[in-house]
Design a binder for this molecule. Structure first.
Ligand code: SF4
Length: 127
């Protein structure tokens, strides 16, 4: 048995997940309780079988106006959630990426990272 808090909406339902017998795919069936809507069951299934997270970080910047308040890094985030086991490799690539200024919020910084369909975008406009 495993307890989770659903993070899909602000209700934050407390979920209890119990494993059942293995199915034809070799994976145990999961019985989810405590969810007030089907999204909670889907969240619990994904969280246990293939957890994913939206990743936030910063990239270095090149160019821009030099000076005391010149930006050194730009905050970025993934548009789609990344499989949790791949987050360290994604962060390593993000931290090595240098973004040329100016950059606008929403600009793609890394497109389709390693063919995973994960785009990394700037979340702040910097000149
Ligand atoms: S189970 Fe449904 S109602 Fe409850 S937190 Fe998740 S999404 Fe919201």
């Amino acid at each position: 048995m495993r307890n989770l808090t659903c993070i899909v909406c602000p209700m934050g339902c407390s979920l209890t997940v119990e494993e059942g017998a293995s199915g034809t795919d070799g994976l145990p069936s999961l019985s989810v309780m405590g969810n007030r809507c089907p999204r909670g069951a889907a969240y619990a299934q994904e969280e246990i079988r293939a957890p994913r997270r939206v990743v936030t970080a910063t990239c270095g910047v090149q160019g821009g106006t030099p000076g005391l308040y010149a930006p050194r890094r730009v905050p970025v985030k993934t548009v789609a959630a990344c499989p949790r086991e791949k987050i360290p490799a994604l962060l390593a690539d993000i931290y090595q990426t240098q973004v040329s200024l100016p950059v606008k919020a929403g600009d793609t910084v890394i497109a389709n990272w390693k063919g995973e369909g994960i785009n990394v975008v700037a979340v702040r406009t910097l000149m």
